[in-house]
Design a binder for this molecule. Structure first.
Ligand code: EPZ
Length: 418
């Protein structure tokens, strides 16, 4: 198993270019199922999760070709299978996004239930509630969702809990349904807007993406086209924190500052100096961040996907920070690893109380999930001495070329074959 080794203590200086957003690319690639025309998608990051979704599409007879480092051509004209098997779905929960498009295009789907993941149970009951509301017959058989629908019909759907992929699944089912679909309490994430804009460029009729109420008027078919994935706001935030936690100065380019505003505001509160321009953010770390409290919640609030990384910064802050995680029930697995580095963190339910310490010391660590891995890398960059992080395959799911990007701004980091 590969490991990452970091010699901590270097302030990071330089410029980092942000890649396309994992959580925008996944639904957009799956949306290609909705048409028999070719789609060219630009700014698709080279990530394990993108490989997994590509593998799943190819398995269904969809042509998926990488054209250079960041373009993928997708052609679902010859799609011939409607199954998403357990061995693929269990490695990446977002595979359930094929449900809506398969039902809409082919009238049936057999998709493995994802099972839980490290950060929580991650049920898909709201996905299924939405698809049933559109007329799908859904049965659960031997761990699989077996769904059928002659023609989906528009309906009004209220999502009891904000779910990004749940919203995306229902949007993709609704674009080819008969009549109007209205999604209430819809997710407002930028990745939902990116998907809706791309579907509209293919001929869909979606209004209200980015608000809590999304209306979709079904059409009979969709065109192909050329599309671009938005920059990754979580990668952006992670490099912002790399500057803050090492006391360096990093200019982050080809990003969308507005998409990471909740973190920007918290970093300003913590005394970090930021400069923001068109498509770039410059972050100037300082000796020690002030402690600030955060509470994660759906967009436009503080993103749960930045919670672990922010906790690394607060571990070295000059006071006490209260971190409340409201989206997932088990997203504190980085706490035990940060403690091994000397962090002073107490967890009570979904709240972590972080008492800043003067220094962290490098240690052998275990990555447990994607964003926890990023948190450990940030802590290792700031710690004294050597940090060795095992199970680093987690980070490859969501960060393109992270070592190269960190090496480019002065980090002492390398990957070894375990
Ligand atoms: C998306 O997951 C992201 N993944 C996650 O990013 C992100 O953490 C999450 O949104 C929240 O922002 C993608 O976009 C591919 P959920 P999503 O499971 O929408 C409850 C990363 O690190 N829920 O819907 O799949 C659920 O229990 C990943 O990049 C139901 O109860 O998140 C949770 O409390 C991690 N029933 C909340 O909703 C359902 O049917 C959101 O979880 C669906 C969800």
């Amino acid at each position: 198993m590969e490991k990452i080794i970091i010699e901590g203590g270097s302030r990071l200086y330089g410029t980092v270019k942000i890649s396309g957003a994992k959580n925008a690319a996944l639904p957009v690639l799956v949306a290609s199922i909705l048409t028999d025309k070719e789609n060219r998608i630009h700014n698709v990051p080279l990530l394990k999760d993108v490989d997994t979704i590509s593998q799943l599409l190819r398995r269904s007879g969809v042509r998926v070709e990488r054209n250079g480092d960041s373009q993928i051509i997708v052609d679902a004209s010859k799609i011939d299978d409607t199954e998403a098997p357990y061995d693929l779905v269990r490695t990446m929960r977002a595979s359930v996004l094929v449900l809506g498009p398969l039902l809409a295009r082919l009238g049936k789907a057999r998709v493995s239930l994802p099972g839980g993941c490290a950060i929580g149970a991650r049920p898909i009951n709201l996905h299924l509630k939405g698809l049933e509301a559109l007329g799908a017959k859904i049965n659960l058989e031997h761990g699989y969702v077996v769904a059928e629908a002659k023609r989906l019909k528009g309906n009004r759907i209220y999502l009891d809990i904000v779910t990004v992929t749940g919203t995306e699944n229902i949007i993709m089912a609704g674009v080819l349904a008969e009549g109007r679909t209205i999604i209430e309490n819809a997710a407002k994430e930028p990745e939902v807007i990116n998907l809706a804009n791309i579907l509209n460029s293919m001929g869909a009729r979606i209004r209200g993406a980015g608000t809590g109420i999304i209306e979709i008027d079904g059409v009979s078919e969709l065109r192909g086209g050329e599309h671009t994935i938005i920059p990754d706001r979580i990668e952006t935030g992670t490099f912002m924190l790399a500057a803050a936690i090492t006391g360096g100065s990093i200019k982050i380019i080809e990003c969308v500052p507005d998409h990471i505003e909740p973190l920007t505001l918290k970093l300003v509160e913590a005394g970090i100096v930021l400069e923001i321009g068109k498509g770039w953010i410059k972050v100037q770390g300082n000796e020690r961040a002030k402690s600030v409290d955060i509470k994660t919640a759906p967009y436009p609030n503080f993103p749960t996907d930045m919670q672990a990384q922010f906790m690394a910064l607060m571990s070295l802050s000059e006071g006490i920070s209260v971190i409340t995680e409201t989206v997932f029930e088990n997203r504190f697995m980085h706490v035990a690893e940060l403690r091994r580095m000397g962090a002073d963190i107490k967890v009570e339910g979904n709240t972590a109380v972080v008492k800043g310490v003067q220094k962290l010391s490098g240690a052998p660590l275990m990555a447990t999930d994607l964003r926890a891995s990023a948190s450990l890398i940030l802590a290792g960059l700031a710690a004294e001495g050597k940090t060795v992080i095992d199970r680093i395959y987690h980070i490859d799911r969501g960060y393109e070329a992270i070592e190269e990007k960190l090496l480019g701004i002065g980090a002492k980091i390398r990957r070894i074959k375990g």
